[in-house]
Design a protein around this ligand. Structure first.
Ligand SMILES: Cc1ncc(C[n+]2csc(CCOP(=O)(O)OP(=O)(O)O)c2C)c(N)n1
Length: 278
């Protein structure tokens, strides 16, 4: 595992954002908004927080990551490519027939994944299962699960939230990419899920709410998760990461129409220029 500096993490997030744009342009379809909003979280996780080993991807002690909001597969593939698990050229096969990089992550095609996802609401339950198995096997690895804020409207999320508390899963860290926009509009207008901090706390979790684009704040949040886990008090941990949908590309930021639309070549070159100059 790499232990990147804050400066390096910012560069990794930029690289991830650029690769998201490049792969979406090549595929002609996909989800830029929620991929771009979670790039800083993903860079922080994979290049500083999580234990993993490129030379031994199935290392038993590795931390596990589940992308519950599976439609944001581009951010996952771009991160895995930056970390060396996928050749960078392969990113251009996104959503192509017979590609390992399908529109939603599939572990049959790509066995380094911990779960196949895309049906919203399921990832936290999968993560609860993985975290419970780790406890039963007396293993020390952690499980990180990234969800959307629109996804919080799924009832199954709250079944998992309750069982994580019941099973005392302090090795589980849920991250909500709170970008305030879902497929059909603002999350507040569709079904308002706020305030997430109070909801998770009421269900017995420890919660911290941070700026999801501030690498130092994210590092602090993950450090608190580690301390919470070390104290062994049995409380699962949630990070509510306040983010901007489409972050990094001005004409996509905060725009619902960029939830699930690929940039054309002109838009992609403008986006890439912006990302590299920020
Ligand atoms: C069970 C289920 N219902 C509907 C969808 C279609 N869908 C894909 S993305 C999305 C909106 C997700 O919004 P959010 O969780 O806020 O994700 P983000 O903004 O981070 O992209 C929906 C409804 C789905 N993938 N799964």
């Amino acid at each position: 595992m790499e232990r990147a500096s804050i400066k390096e993490l910012r560069e990794k997030a930029k690289e991830i954002r650029s690769n998201i744009i490049t792969m979406l342009e090549a595929s002609g379809s996909g989800h830029p908004g929620g991929s771009l909003s979670s790039a800083d979280v993903m860079a922080t996780l994979f290049f500083r927080v999580m234990r993993h080993d490129l030379r031994n991807p199935s290392w038993d002690e590795r931390d596990r990551f589940v992308l519950s909001k599976g439609h944001c597969a581009p951010v996952l593939y771009a991160t895995l490519a930056s970390a060396g698990y996928i050749p960078k050229e392969e990113l251009l096969t996104l959503r192509k027939l017979n590609s390992r990089l399908q529109g939603h992550p599939g572990m049959i095609e790509l066995p380094i994944l911990e779960a196949s996802t895309g049906s919203l609401g399921q990832g936290l339950s999968i993560s609860v299962g993985i975290a419970l198995a780790a406890k039963m096997d007396k293993k020390s690895h952690s499980v990180f699960c990234l969800m959307g804020d629109g996804e919080q409207q799924e009832g199954m999320v709250w079944e998992a939230v309750m069982s994580a508390k019941q099973f005392r899963l302090d090795n589980l860290c849920a991250i909500v990419d709170a970008n305030k926009i879902q497929l059909s509009g603002s999350t507040r207008d569709v079904i308002d899920v706020e305030t997430l901090t109070r909801k998770y706390r009421a269900f017995g979790w420890r919660v911290i709410r941070v700026n999801g684009h501030s690498i130092p704040s994210l590092l602090l949040a993950f450090k608190l998760f580690e301390w919470n886990k070390m104290m062994n008090r049995g409380k699962p941990f949630a990070i509510i990461a306040d983010t901007i949908k489409g972050k990094g590309v001005s004409f996509m930021e905060g725009k619902v129409e960029w939830h699930g639309k690929a940039p054309n070549s002109d838009e992609a070159s403008r986006a890439l220029k912006e990302i590299s100059s920020r």
